[in-house]
Design a protein around this ligand. Structure first.
Ligand SMILES: [Ca+2]
Ligand SMILES: [Ca+2]
Length: 287
């Protein structure tokens, strides 16, 4: 299937989902919620008071960030507030509706869809200039998924940058990763462990293992694995229509005892492009 055409179809379907999500605001438990973006670094001299409708203020109430988290409506300024036990309760849809940088580690432990709306850039970034939490975050996973085997997680249209690992999936988790960009994560773009099963589709995993930060180190080092997508332990999964390029080590690595299927891989400048993708798995590349 033509990739561009497929993306168009995906976005069209997404629009329908957005309509449903917006229409459902006001329900209580397990409801969809919206997350605003924000301008984390307003220009010097800017007022601390946000002009309504600017700076990612989706609902036009003049509040962004944690102020938006705490005003009692169904729009949030941080992903973690939207995902908290009292809100989506790790069991609903979290849609980011305006572009922004989110310097937050996200832990998903239920039937959650985390997605950015079409045209929205949601950058889950370990680093926010001037934020003292940046150092600690660079040693963490950007998104950690640890759910029971009968809970399914979807991560769609999200950018994840500058973490130790972009997305880490453990336990019995079943995770779908679609239209995501993972770049400049040090150890792994995506790592799948335990008995988890992960499908990666139409995503880009770029420059894994390469990053410089004066506080946490100059990578590559002798210790960082630098693998684009790694399946380990008893895990398994599939990688479809996905670019993996410029990894320090393998682009896609299968050290698991499970099954890993790769189709329409766009692999470039990894070392090697694939590692231990077993004969019998379906590996196919476009010309
Ligand atoms: Ca607002
Ligand atoms: Ca709010």
């Amino acid at each position: 299937m033509n990739t561009k055409k497929f993306r168009k179809n995906t976005i069209s379907g997404f629009g329908v989902m957005m309509f449903i999500a917006v229409g459902a605001i006001g329900a209580l438990a397990n409801h969809p919620v919206l997350v605003e973006g924000n301008c984390n670094v307003p220009p010097a001299g800017s007022s601390s008071v946000i002009t309504p409708g600017t700076c990612g203020d989706y609902d036009g109430d003049g509040k962004i960030g944690t102020a938006e988290d705490n005003d009692g409506d169904q729009v949030f300024g941080t992903i973690n507030a939207a995902n908290s036990l009292t809100v989506v309760n790790n069991n609903g849809t979290i849609t980011i509706v305006t572009s922004g940088t989110f310097p937050e580690q996200i832990i998903l432990s239920g039937n959650v869809t985390l997605q950015a709306a079409p045209g929205v850039t949601a950058n889950i970034d370990a680093v926010l200039q001037g934020d003292p939490g940046s150092t600690a975050r660079q040693g963490q996973s950007g998104i950690l998924v640890n759910v029971r085997a009968n809970r399914y997680v979807v991560i769609r249209n999200i950018t994840i940058r500058n973490w130790a690992t972009g997305i880490q999936v453990v336990g019995g988790s079943h995770v779908t990763i679609e239209n995501c960009i993972l770049e400049h994560n040090v150890n792994y773009g995506i790592v799948v462990k335990d008995s988890a099963r992960v499908k990666v589709d139409q995503s880009e995993v770029i420059a894994t293992g390469f990053r410089f930060n004066p506080e946490t180190g100059d990578f590559p080092s002798v210790t960082n694995p630098g693998i684009g997508i790694s399946f380990e332990d008893q895990s398994g999964g599939a990688v479809f229509r996905t670019e993996v390029s410029r990894s320090l080590a393998a682009g896609i690595s299968d050290r698991s005892s499970g099954s890993v299927r790769v189709e329409d891989g766009y692999l470039f400048d990894n070392a090697p492009d694939m590692e231990n993708i077993r004969v019998g798995g379906q590996v196919r590349f476009k010309d």
